[in-house]
Ligand binder design. Structure first.
Ligand code: EPU
Length: 454
């Protein structure tokens, strides 16, 4: 029986470290329909882009997640009027934007990584910016050197302080030639958000080309920006003097869609993910099929099911169009049920396989190899931060008490607990709601058996 809590609507919704525990009684398939809304990794960036407009913007399909709330409150601290037009639709009016009070900015320290993207827009708007210490998931060092080097190339002066970073642009910002050492999503967005209003042309080499970045380029073009891209990760941005507001519907959240697909695999379920689209998930769908899943692509979403028996796979995470790093955690839960040895090689983050320890407590057989594996046909240059998880299956999972470490790892604990026999206590689930809208309602709609303990 589900006791559906006040949690989804409680005032402390934005608390990313919320101490809520899910008590899950597993062992039954998840079946039914869930809807995915706009992508966390686009909506938050489009909200920041609204700062660049000379008029108000309207953003549609905005998910109700705590990362959105953090960005909203940071925008409001800078004088942006953010109104709920209706559920999932925000109007963002930057016409009264001002410098925020230091204590208001500090209140956001450690809560998200998005504030780093305020740099360019604030420098254009105010001539200076202060960015608090960043948060986000603890999945490695997650440095910001590419961001700061790019901002310096635009002419910004960067001063590192104990509590954050102070930036100024005494001469204004000018176009630059920037070559990223690695196709970082955030650094590419930083360059886009800064270059669109810099004087002159910017050439960005080594850019990330994730669908969410293409959608951000769409948002900026609607605002009046001139951005073109060429093969081989090259983007040109011709700076313009002013931009207007936009009206945009966010691209769907392919990370959430992939998460529910893996939940169907892991629990032997049958889940229709409304709003999921094929193109942005091609790479995921190939792996899903190889593991033994079946999918049906419809106009309004994708139905994911498990085939007869799950098969082992070798997967290497990569930048787009590769297999996303955010997909590996829920996939690994499903791979514990595959007959044979699977290998998941993480090449994007240096520390994103630690979550597997708790899966082993639940009966999985996963060994982490710090060196990773050799792969000559990698799309981007080898970096010294890889790890490989070797998953031997099938292993029946049993209930355990586990603590959510980060967003995607946390979601994978929830589906592991749902697939496991017996009762699990998954604590610290507030973190999962940084990126999964209406998580508890969706689990209930799929027939999960759980209680929420505050
Ligand atoms: N990196 C640097 N220096 C930098 C920036 C990045 O060394 O200045 C390294 C990172 O440490 C990491 C790699 O480059 O090893 C890739 O980082 P990237 O900048 O691409 O990631 P991000 O922009 O911080 C976004 C998503 C992540 C997603 C990655 C990769 C947002 C808010 N976050 O992070 O999403 O995993 O791209 O696709 O868009 C999630 O949704 O759970 C999540 C972590």
């Amino acid at each position: 029986m589900n006791t559906l809590p006040s949690v989804e609507t409680a005032p402390n919704n934005g608390d990313v470290h919320g101490g809520t525990t899910l008590v899950i009684r597993g062992g039954r398939p998840l079946a039914g329909r869930v809807e995915v809304k706009g992508a966390k990794n686009l909506a938050t960036k489009a909200m920041v882009a609204s700062l660049l407009g000379g008029s108000a913007s309207v953003l549609r399909d905005v998910p109700d997640i705590s990362d959105v709330r953090v960005v909203r409150s940071l925008l409001e601290a800078h004088g942006v009027h953010v109104d709920d037009v209706e559920e999932g639709v925000l109007r963002l009016d930057p016409s009264d934007a001002v410098s925020a009070e230091m204590d208001e900015i500090d209140a956001h320290a450690g809560s998200s990584r998005i504030p780093i993207l305020f740099c360019g827009p604030l420098l254009h708007l105010l001539g200076h910016a202060f960015i608090p210490d960043l948060g986000g998931c603890r999945i490695g060092d997650r440095p910001i050197d590419f961001h700061l080097d790019a901002l310096r190339a635009f002419g910004a002066v960067v001063e590192k302080l104990p509590s954050g970073i102070r930036l100024s642009a005494p001469q204004g910002l000018h176009g630059a030639n920037i070559s990223l050492p690695y196709p970082s999503v955030g650094a590419t967005e930083q360059v886009l958000l800064t270059a669109v209003r810099a004087k002159g042309t910017t050439e960005l080499r080594g850019a990330a080309i994730e669908p969410e970045i293409m959608d951000l380029i769409g948002v900026l073009q609607k605002m009046g920006a001139i951005i073109s891209y060429e093969p081989n990760r090259v983007i040109f941005i011709e700076g313009v003097d002013e931009l207007a507001g936009y009206d945009h519907r966010c691209i769907f959240d392919r990370n959430e869609a992939a998460s529910w697909a893996c939940a169907a695999l892991a629990t032997d379920g049958d889940i229709f993910v409304g709003g999921a689209k094929q193109q942005e998930m091609l790479t995921f769908l190939n792996v899903f099929r190889k593991v033994g899943g079946t999918f049906d692509i419809a106009e309004d979403g994708i139905r994911f099911r498990r085939g007869a028996e799950l098969k082992p796979v070798m997967v290497e995470t990569d930048v787009h169009p590769g297999f996303m790093t955010d997909w590996q955690q829920p996939l690994i839960v499903a791979l514990t049920q595959a007959a044979g040895t699977s290998i998941v090689h993480e090449t994007v983050y240096e520390n994103r396989l630690g979550f597997t320890e708790a899966l082993n407590q639940m009966g999985a057989d996963i060994v982490i190899h710090p060196q990773g594996l050799d792969s000559p046909d990698r799309r981007v240059a080898r970096r010294a931060l890889e790890q490989a998880a070797v998953i031997n299956g099938p292993t029946p999972l049993h209930g355990a008490d586990v603590v959510v470490p980060d967003l995607r790892g946390g979601y994978s604990y929830v589906i592991a607990a749902l697939a496991a026999k017996g009762e699990s206590h998954v604590s610290n689930v507030g973190i999962i709601r940084r990126g999964y809208e209406k998580l508890f309602e969706k689990l209930a709609a799929l027939g999960a058996d759980f209680d929420v303990v505050e």
